[in-house]
Design a protein around this ligand. Structure first.
Ligand code: KMH
Ligand code: ZN
Length: 278
């Protein structure tokens, strides 16, 4: 089995300090959380950014500032900036995170419209075609975010048509968002069985599903995402003090199950990314 790639989704667009005071907003807080995750064993940081008051933003300048500061603290890390942003943002607004220098190695590409709690996360076909075109033009490897079973079929069809980057594809199955595909091992197996040979995959279990899904992925040869974007607690009623604590729990699970954890450079090889110029 390949080594385990752990992604930390350190911030998200929806969670707040009221829910967990360690949720980062400022550049300094975002760097602190990225470093805690990388020091604990994360190879990848999935990045959203906020203004200092916590408002989610896709501002190119804010991404630039945060990415530069993170690379200073964690020179080897793979950053996956969000192109999902927050519900209600326009496609152009969301795409700003692909405009930073250096061009991001990867970025998320959300694979369809879905319920998102009380709201609708809008990803129309024209939006996805525009995002695919941008990533093809800039040589950005997408992380294909599938919240629903049908999202996988949608993106595989688009890849066959050359509308989004093709093999080797990296999928992130986000399971347990209220209103979307439930976080069950059966659903995860269905998704994993439907991806093309040679692809890589990660699972994100929302809330209480984080660690059961992590354990399943560790056993199945997949990869794991945790972090405040997805889960605020280390266990029921125990808020995590940092993203690093969430990552450390995945590292412990991996150790118990006999799976080694990948460094960022090892993750680049597994994902088919070129070595990063430093
Ligand atoms: N904030 C969610 C509406 C992504 O990063 O690409 C979308 C999201 C997905 O977080
Ligand atoms: Zn995200």
């Amino acid at each position: 089995m390949e080594k385990l790639i752990i992604t930390a989704a350190i911030c998200g667009a929806e969670v707040t300090k009221e829910q967990n005071p360690a949720v980062p907003y400022t550049v300094e807080e975002i760097v602190r959380e990225a470093k805690s995750a990388v020091d604990a064993g994360a190879a990848i940081v999935h990045l959203h950014v906020r203004f200092d008051d916590g408002t989610p933003t896709q501002s190119r300048e804010r991404f630039q500032e945060c990415e530069e500061a993170i690379y200073k603290a964690c020179p080897d890390v793979i950053l996956i900036p969000s192109t999902g942003g927050a519900v209600g943002m326009t496609p152009d607004e969301r795409l700003q995170s692909t405009d930073t220098t250096p061009i991001p190695e990867m970025a998320t590409l959300d694979c369809g419209t879905c319920n998102f709690g009380d709201e609708i996360f809008d990803n129309t076909m024209p939006t996805m075609r525009a995002f695919g075109k941008r990533m093809i033009e800039r040589g950005i490897k997408p992380e294909y975010e599938c919240f629903e079973m049908g999202h996988l079929d949608t993106i595989l069809t688009m890849a066959r048509k050359g509308q989004v980057p093709g093999a080797p594809m990296q999928f992130n199955f986000v399971l347990g968002v209220p209103g979307c595909t439930p976080a069950t091992v059966a659903n995860l197996c269905w998704l994993v069985n439907a991806i093309p040979a040679g692809s890589t995959w990660t699972v994100t279990g929302i809330g209480r599903h984080a660690f059961p899904m992590a354990a399943a992925a560790i056993a199945m040869g997949g990869n794991v995402r945790v972090g405040f974007e997805d889960n605020l607690n280390l266990a029921k009623g125990v808020p995590a003090k940092s993203n690093g604590e969430l990552v450390a729990k995945v590292v412990r699970l991996a150790k118990e199950l006999g799976r080694e954890v990948a460094t960022s450079d090892e993750a680049r090889v597994i994902l088919g990314l070129p070595a990063r110029k430093k």
